[in-house]
Structure formats: C-alpha cells, structure tokens
Design a protein around this ligand. Structure first.
Ligand SMILES: Nc1ncnc2c1ncn2[C@@H]1O[C@H](COP(=O)(O)OP(=O)(O)O)[C@@H](O)[C@H]1O
Ligand SMILES: [Mg+2]
Length: 236
C-alpha cells in the first residue's frame, strides 16, 4: 500500500498533562480531500496542531511526501509546503484584505502578485473588498481571507480547522465548492468539520475521531452509508 502524501501516523500526545491523542492517525493523498469529524473535545484540533508541529507528540510520526518531519517547527513545515488555517484568530482583523494576503506570503522572496490574483479569482468578493479591514467582513468572507492567506505560500497541503464555523448553509456550500476547486489544482486538503454530513459528501477520505482515537476510517461515501456512523455521529 502506498504511503499517503501527508500522514500523522499513530500520534500520541497532548499539551503536557494527560495525553489527548491516543495513537491517532490522519492522512491525505495528493489532490484529495480528507475530512476529520467527531464530537466536541474529541481531539480534532489537537490532531491538526500535532500534524502542523504545534505540539510535541510522545510517539508516532508525521511524514510529508515520504520525509519524516516529526521534529520540524511549524515554520519549517510551511517552508516544506504545508499551510494551516487554525480554528480561531486566523486573520489580522485590523489589516486590509490585501495586507492579510501579503502577510501570508511572508516566506516568499519572489513576486507574489500572480498568487494574489489567483486568490481573487477563487474569491472574487475579496478583490472588491481588498482595501477594507478584514475585521469588517462577514463571517464567510473572513474565512475566505483566512483560506486565501494560507494559499499565498503556494502550499502542497492545505489544513483547515472548521472553515465553515458560524456561516450559513448557503455560504458553507459555496466555501466547500471553492475547497473542491483548490483540491482539483493538486493541493491536498486536510480539514476538520462540524458539518459532518456535508463535509463527508465532498471527502475522498473521512476520519471519525472519538476521545483521541480513530473510531471509523473510510471513504466519505462509505461513512455516510454506515448505519452505525449515521446513528451515532450524523444524527440518523
Ligand atoms: N491548549 C490546550 N491546553 C490544554 N488542553 C487543551 C488545549 N486545547 C485543547 N485542550 C483539550 O484537549 C481536548 C481536545 O480538544 P480539541 O482538540 O480542541 O477538540 P476538538 O477540536 O475535537 O473539539 C479537550 O479535552 C480540550 O479541553
Ligand atoms: Mg476543534
């Protein structure tokens, strides 16, 4: 079996106290969408932080394109092609939309104007609002800024922690469509979602986490069809 493009492999660890993750594995293949779902407090955000190097894992490993990156800092992982949009505080609210995008490109020394245009092509409303403070935008638009900012490093892997939190169902559908578009360009998407049913519909791979462990892992389609998963995690 081929190694996934990005894998957090049997990760165990937490924040210094009791372990939160207990042998948890999440992975995504090139150009695919992997979705992590599960109850509040299951460790979904912790798993994302572990993959991105924001907490030390006691055991397990993180590998990107076959390379062991377990001991790399988040900054070093960005340089390797990873981008992460955290669940909260993911934009600079007092800066303009365009300044947020420029900040996202902080590691680059080349011309970023083409990438800014690509982000505006993906999210046209951001071009209209490019001079506005990001904090003045609607929830859905702010999430577009956060995703756009992450794309500014031209990542190979985009990690999103609840990108549709607090937005209407219409805005959620719209954002999912844009995420599919990003994946079609070859970027791998590893995403945590509260809107489990809708997210699994667009997922190549789905992970149900419970108390820091993998409860179910399958294709999005198979998880949606699984009676036990439906009853326990998807509201029937
Ligand atoms: N910074 C932190 N320090 C200590 N414990 C934390 C921290 N963040 C989260 N936790 C704990 O880790 C567990 C998993 O949290 P989290 O990964 O945020 O869950 P989820 O994203 O699935 O809702 C919870 O018990 C939570 O209280
Ligand atoms: Mg979370």
């Amino acid at each position: 079996m081929a190694e996934p493009f990005l894998i957090g492999d049997r990760m165990t660890g937490g924040y210094g106290g009791a372990d939160i993750l207990h042998g948890c594995t999440v992975a995504v293949d090139k150009g695919e969408i992997a979705v992590i779902v599960g109850p509040n407090g299951a460790g979904k955000s912790t798993a994302m932080k572990a993959v991105f190097g924001m907490l030390d894992i006691q055991s397990g490993a993180v590998r990107l394109n076959g390379e062991d990156i377990t001991r790399l800092t988040p900054q070093a992982r960005v340089a390797k092609g990873m981008a992460f949009v955290p669940q909260t505080s993911n934009i600079f609210t007092s800066m303009s939309v365009e300044e947020n995008l420029e900040m996202g490109a902080f590691l680059r020394r080349d011309d970023i104007s083409g990438t800014i245009e690509e982000v505006y092509h993906l999210f046209p409303i951001l071009k209209e609002k490019r001079r506005q403070a990001a904090g003045e935008l609607s929830g859905g638009q702010r999430q577009q800024v956060a995703v756009g900012r992450a794309l500014m490093t031209r990542p190979t892997v985009l990690m999103l922690d609840e990108p549709t939190a607090g937005v209407s169902p219409i805005v959620m559908d719209e954002l999912f469509d844009r995420i599919i578009e990003v994946a079609r360009t070859g970027i791998s998407i590893l995403m945590v979602e509260q809107n489990a049913r809708q997210a699994l519909e667009i997922a190549d791979k789905g992970y149900v986490l419970v108390q820091g462990r993998n409860a179910y892992t399958d294709t999005g389609r198979a998880l949606l069809a699984d009676a036990e998963v439906r009853r326990t995690f998807l509201g029937g």
